[in-house]
Design a protein around this ligand. Structure first.
Ligand SMILES: [Fe+2]
Length: 252
């Protein structure tokens, strides 16, 4: 059984279409979108409508999807000027979406488990198996022991997540952890959009691979720069460089 996974689209349509063109060539049995469809980009409604039309596609929710759905700006005080900017963007993102799109996002699950054969599990979540990504995550800098702490007893043979915007495949003991992110903008220094392919080969054997897609970013970077988003130049910079806009605010 073959899975194609991508995440952290962040309201960016052309990067999404570039990744989907590559995913379509994979002929996977199941496509999985691993959260953060919206925020950090100009076109949240168009991305939600796009994903809803995909066939054989499961979708789980990401932390920034829930910021918009749950109106985080009404329940949390911003902890920094960076967060104040994000809260304002969440509010304005919501104003650009329909009730129907918000309702669909609200019903998405936190995680999904696939079991192609009894006893052989593939677990998919956005941040960690136990937290969506606001408080904890699985960044590449963690040691194996720190990763085990974050997994906190999750027993799946293989797991996939998004959120940290730097794709990788990592073995921790007997378990494999795949970061599938990101479509919209990367923070690992490579501006190309990413996705991952996970395949169950039988008898407990899995294969996992991350892939990057060529993307001419300049047009979309200037589109973000000149969009409704306040400080759209920060988003544009991330699209162009594949790095976070301000190292002192790097989320993870
Ligand atoms: Fe996220």
């Amino acid at each position: 059984m073959k899975f194609a996974l991508y995440s952290d689209i962040h309201a960016q349509v052309p990067q999404l279409e570039a990744v989907q063109a590559a995913v379509d060539e994979e002929n996977a049995d199941k496509e999985i979108v691993v959260g953060d469809l919206i925020m950090l980009g100009p076109d949240p409604g168009a991305v939600v409508d796009n994903i809803r039309e995909r066939r054989d596609c499961d979708v789980i929710v990401g932390n920034l999807d829930l910021w918009v759905v749950n109106k985080r700006w009404e329940t949390h005080e911003p902890k920094s000027p960076h967060q104040a900017w994000m809260f304002e963007m969440a509010k304005q993102t919501r104003e650009r979406m329909t009730e129907d799109q918000l309702h669909w996002l609200r019903l998405l699950p936190f995680s999904m488990t696939y079991m192609p054969e009894p006893g052989h599990e593939f677990l998919v979540f956005h941040g960690t198996p136990h937290e969506i990504g606001d408080e904890s995550a699985l960044p590449a800098r963690l040691s194996d022991d720190e990763v085990r702490q974050q997994l906190d007893g999750a027993t799946a043979e293989i797991m996939a997540h998004g959120h940290i915007h730097g794709p990788s495949v990592r073995n921790v003991g007997e378990q494999t952890i795949v970061c599938v992110a990101a479509v919209g903008m990367s923070w690992d220094g490579d501006p190309r959009p990413a996705y991952a392919v996970v395949e169950y080969l039988g008898d407990g054997r899995w294969n996992a691979e991350v892939k990057r897609v060529e993307f001419a970013c300049e047009e979309q970077a200037s589109y973000n720069e000149n969009s409704w988003i306040e400080h759209g130049d920060r988003i544009a910079g991330m699209i162009r460089s594949g790095t976070f806009w301000n190292p002192s605010h790097m989320p993870h």
